[in-house]
Design a protein around this ligand. Structure first.
Ligand SMILES: [Zn+2]
Length: 107
């Protein structure tokens, strides 16, 4: 069972208390964007085998959105952090690089 720590209230919440929100750190395209950029925003997802950054909501708790870094193969959770950032914390990325040899890193 997937268990994530909510970075806001500190609760270790299992997946029944959480709502998945898809890939984290998507760049939103505005009204002036090209059709191709808007289509990519709507439909293109990384879906990696390995390290993945996701959005989650603590639906049965504080109700806030947060981000989680986890491995889609091993289900290891590397960490959770605020959804108010445009990229993962550098300390988390460094820790993941240490644990996952060959990982290309964050974008
Ligand atoms: Zn919470």
């Amino acid at each position: 069972m997937l268990i994530l720590e909510c970075p806001y209230c500190g609760v270790m919440a299992d997946e029944t208390e959480l709502a998945a929100g898809g890939e984290a750190h998507l760049k939103r395209e505005g009204p002036g964007s090209s059709d191709a950029d808007f289509e990519a925003y709507l439909f293109d997802r990384m879906n990696p085998k390995g390290v993945h950054f996701e959005r989650w909501r603590h639906a049965s708790g504080c109700g806030k959105w947060f981000h989680a870094a986890r491995n889609t193969v091993t289900l290891e959770v590397y960490g959770t952090y605020s959804a108010q950032v445009s990229e993962p914390p550098k300390a988390l990325v460094t820790a993941i690089k240490r644990k996952v040899p060959g990982w290309e890193g964050w974008m």
